[in-house]
Each structure stands twice: as C-alpha cells, then as structure tokens.
Design a protein around this ligand. Structure first.
Ligand code: CTP
Ligand code: MG
Length: 231
C-alpha cells in the first residue's frame, strides 16, 4: 500500500538528558534520526517523508540530509510546542490529501518492513490502525480514590507508526483542536470520533528511545541485527 509519512523530530528529548535533541544521538556512527529515515527512504511504498523539526535545528538537519544523501522525497516542516501540534503541521504540509498517511516517532528506528505492510493494509481497509504489543507488566491505575488493577489480557502498549486514511486523521485533529483535547498518540484522536481503530501486533524491538537506558537497548538490537545478517 503506498503511503506518505510524517516523521516527528521536533521534540527536545528532555528525558534523554543528552546535550542536544536525542534525534542526533549517534548509534553505530549514524544519528538516530538517520536510522529512522533510512527505513522509509528505502521503502518503495513510501512516496513522501515530511520530517517535522524544531526551526532552530533547520540547518543542522539540512546538513545531515545532504551528508546522508537524501536526494528526494524528504521535506522539512517546522513543528510546534506539543507533539500533537507537530503532527498537525506535518498533516498540513502533505502533498496529497488522499490515501494512507503514517505518523511516526523519529526516535523509533527499529520498525520492521513486515509490520509496515500489515499496518498499511489494515489502515487502508479499516481507516485507522496502529502497531502495538501486548503489555507484559501488570499495570495499576492510581487515582484519588485508590488503586485498581487492570486486566493485563486486555492491555496493549501503543507504538508508532500509526496509519490512517488522510481524511480521517485530518478530521480527528481538527476535532481535537476545536475541543481542546491533547492526546499522547494520534489513534486516540480517532477513537474520540467514535471511528474504528485496529491494532496490528508489532515487535518488542520497536522501542522509542526515551531515557539513557534505551540507548543501551538500541545498541543491543543493532548488534543482534548485524549478527543475523551474518556480518
Ligand atoms: N516531538 C515533536 N514535537 C514535539 C514533541 C515531540 O515532533 N513538540 C517528537 C519527538 O521528537 C519524538 C516523538 O515526538 O521523536 C515522540 O516524543 P518523545 O519521545 O516524548 O520525545 P521528546 O518530546 O523529544 O522527549 P521528552 O518528552 O523526553 O522531552
Ligand atoms: Mg515528549
């Protein structure tokens, strides 16, 4: 299924506690965001990449795109204060307002090709789909009235990419904006419209690099991959 993608890199990476935006952290001599871009740049189904960035990092990103020879299909878009604002800007900048659009965290470099295929097929069919994995921890809900335990068999950890018919996610973002709703992912905005969203089971390796510990996990995943390739 052909698709456009919005890749989000306009955050600050505060929890990573690095000296700069975590997108520039080097893994096996390549910045994190380059690992993520490579997945989609090399996918023939990906027709356009809107890379959403912090305006202060425009020249750094331009240099990086030139250095790693991204000659076509990548364009830079200025993000906003919250992740949801950055997605909104990315949607506005899409060349086509039809077909399937993916929304993905720049800090999630290990998404697999077969996951992408299953995800985009479901999105085309249902209208909205996301990658997720079954939760392995027991999750507790803590409120002012005390603790409750959730049924783990029903719980999924949401990942990205999340994939949508363009018109559905556009409508969902406009509705969220109008009603002042700020979600932590994009599928939740579609759920609020009462429209169906499908879960596509992804991989536990599709981590988001959030804290310094995640850098070690990422290095282990890269090492496992290069061993599997027989390098
Ligand atoms: N993001 C974005 N625009 C924002 C906030 C986040 O494009 N205003 C992007 C980040 O660059 C990241 C993705 O959304 O790739 C997921 O967000 P998160 O992991 O929270 O990254 P940061 O916001 O950068 O990190 P932190 O919350 O620790 O500051
Ligand atoms: Mg954040």
């Amino acid at each position: 299924v052909p698709y456009q993608i919005i890749i989000l890199a306009a955050g600050q990476g505060k929890r990573m506690k690095a000296k700069q935006n975590k997108q520039f952290i080097s893994l096996e001599n390549k910045p994190l965001i380059v690992h993520t871009l490579d997945v989609f740049y090399n996918d023939p189904n990906c027709t356009l990449i809107n890379l959403v960035i912090n305006p202060n990092e425009q020249s750094e990103m331009e240099n990086l795109l030139a250095h790693f020879k991204y000659t076509n299909k990548v364009s830079l878009v200025h993000g906003g204060v919250e992740r949801q604002d950055s997605v909104y800007q990315g949607l506005k900048a899409c060349a086509s307002k039809d077909g399937v659009v993916l929304i993905h965290d720049g800090a999630r470099p290990f998404v697999k090709k077969d996951s992408l295929e299953r995800l985009t097929e479901q999105a085309e069919y249902i209208g909205a789909a996301l990658l997720a994995v079954p939760v392995t921890d027991t999750i507790k809900r803590k409120t002012d009235s005390g603790l409750t335990s959730l049924n783990r068999n029903e719980l999924w950890a949401a990942q990205t990419p999340q994939a949508f018919h363009f018109s559905i996610i556009e409508k969902a973002h406009e509705h969220a904006k109008k009603t002042g709703y700020l979600g932590t992912d994009d599928a939740s905005l579609v759920e609020r419209l009462g429209l169906p969203v499908e879960i596509v089971q992804g991989s536990y390796d599709n981590i988001k690099l959030t804290t310094p510990e995640d850098v070690e996990k990422a290095q282990a995943i890269l090492k496992k991959r290069s061993m599997n390739k027989g390098e």
